[in-house]
Design a binder for this molecule. Sequence first.
Ligand code: SF4
Ligand code: SF4
Length: 369
Amino acid sequence: MQYKPFNSDISLSTLGMGNMRLPVQRLGTKIDRTKAQEIIDYAMENGVNYYDTAYIYHFGESEKFLGEALKKYPRETYHLATKYYMMATKNYKKVFEEQLRRLQTNYIDFYLIHCVTDVTWKRYMNSGCIEYFLEQKEKGRIKYLGFSSHAGVTALSAFADYTKWDFAQIQLNYFDWFYGNTRKEYKALEERGLPIIVMEPVRGGKLASLNKEAEKLLKEAHPDWSIASWALRFVKSLPQVQVVLSGMSALSQIQDNVATFKEEGGLTEKDKEILLQACELFHGQFKVPCTACRYCCGECPKGIQIPDYLDIYNAYKAGELGALKRLEQVNSKGTPADCIGCGKCQNHCPQSIKIPGIMKELAQELRRA
Ligand code: SF4
Ligand code: SF4
């Protein structure tokens, strides 16, 4: 495993274990603890020392699971990261105490304000929560304070200047780097000297499997590299990046990721050119930029498994024959036809996806099919 010094006291593994997409028994329900424990054990055995979760992941089960899964390891051998999300509850003091209980610890190593967006950044600043978490840091109950952001570069910069943060977390992957605003966000954090924790390096798994033409190009260049490893190699080669989080839901994923992070270096300039060429071949697959974070699912009064439908929508828009047939196979309580257009999902979507409109379109397509 490769490590990078965070400061003069600690070094962090460049690969971090994300706990948002742990294996589940059935889609959207309970964590499969046996399989998830195997992943954590593999991570610990292979030197991963950064474990990221949040109050809302797996509807609160992720923190509880992680507290139990890491209990058998000495506390000083791993760093815990978790987050406070204002849109879930305003009572930050209660949340923080509950998180310590769930994680079975008396301090959090890396604590984050969760999901700063163009909508939430001022609300966080006016809520008093940042001052409260700074106090907890003074008391040693938080070691390092940071924030995770899906905001545009203006709000991100203003939030970064609000206090003296220790680090920041942003969505960073080659697709958003080439086609989105990520490069500017990276620069804003670099200028402020903030170490970057990367989320969504594989864009919610979407960069783990591309269309045939793009995969062929990448395989010809490096037959031994998995498609997902291209995405990880890209982000780990950026100097301001401290930890690359990967939300792993299968043992095979962590095995592949650990192998990638054993190697020094990332991509050469030639590799980056090939990657950009591959992007040109598949970027039509991303009509809707859903990362399958599932923040929207808990809000839907109709129990619609939104990201699973959006995945089909993307395939349909990219011209996949028979994509709409998969609509009926989705394991979901509600279907797009049940959507009442309440917009609750949209308020929680860090990617600002216009979900109700897409549900309406899918429902119409389903009726026509
Ligand atoms: S707009 Fe539709 S999909 Fe979104 S929360 Fe409301 S019912 Fe669910
Ligand atoms: S629609 Fe938005 S909130 Fe829902 S899973 Fe996709 S990215 Fe996440």
